[in-house]
Design a protein around this ligand. Sequence first.
Ligand code: MG
Ligand code: ZN
Length: 220
Amino acid sequence: MVKVTIKSKVLSKNDQIAQSNRLRLHEKGIRSFNMIGSPGSGKTSLLEAVFQSCGDKANCAVIEGDVKTDNDMQRIAALGVPAVQIQTEGACHLNAEQIESKLENLPLDDTNLLVIENVGNLICPVSYDLGEDCRLIVISVTEGEDKPLKYPSAFISADAIVITKIDLAPYVDVVPQQLKANALSINPNLKVFMTSAKTGEGIDKFADFFYAPDENNIKE
Ligand code: MG
Ligand code: ZN
């Protein structure tokens, strides 16, 4: 029982900081995404594809979360988009305090859209509000059709999902429409996008949402 009590206190402190992050971003007119997905699901490649094919239409800034390396921050910065890296040194999720500490290092006065790429993990990042407006699950066809059924919390908490690597579907015997149907069976309100960063398929359509998400996704 003690363990349960401690965990709930940690989460509530996180939620307080998350709410303060959200207010701070809204005061500056900044909308934000929290991207959650397994390692190798294609989160960074999706961002690269959007920035490369559509440009940075919203003055974006990116916070990258990884256990080690600043590889992903370098990939984003190479496209001219301001980016900072959080190395968690073992932790498998980002928390709101880490985001708060990195906001100082970003040009917030010139930013309209903040993208937080979480540590690759489909489980515990779900429990940590970072202050985002919109939660985006990124899942590749190579992970299999049944993952929404096996990891429902991520899909319940999300506003939208991006199914990536659809060019690989024939090689891994996965039907993207079945993956989509499984996600919608968990959460019928999800917006679903099908993309391939490799071929560019679906990137424009996702970019329309990315740069102008539904008003319903702006949290109070
Ligand atoms: Mg990445
Ligand atoms: Zn974790």
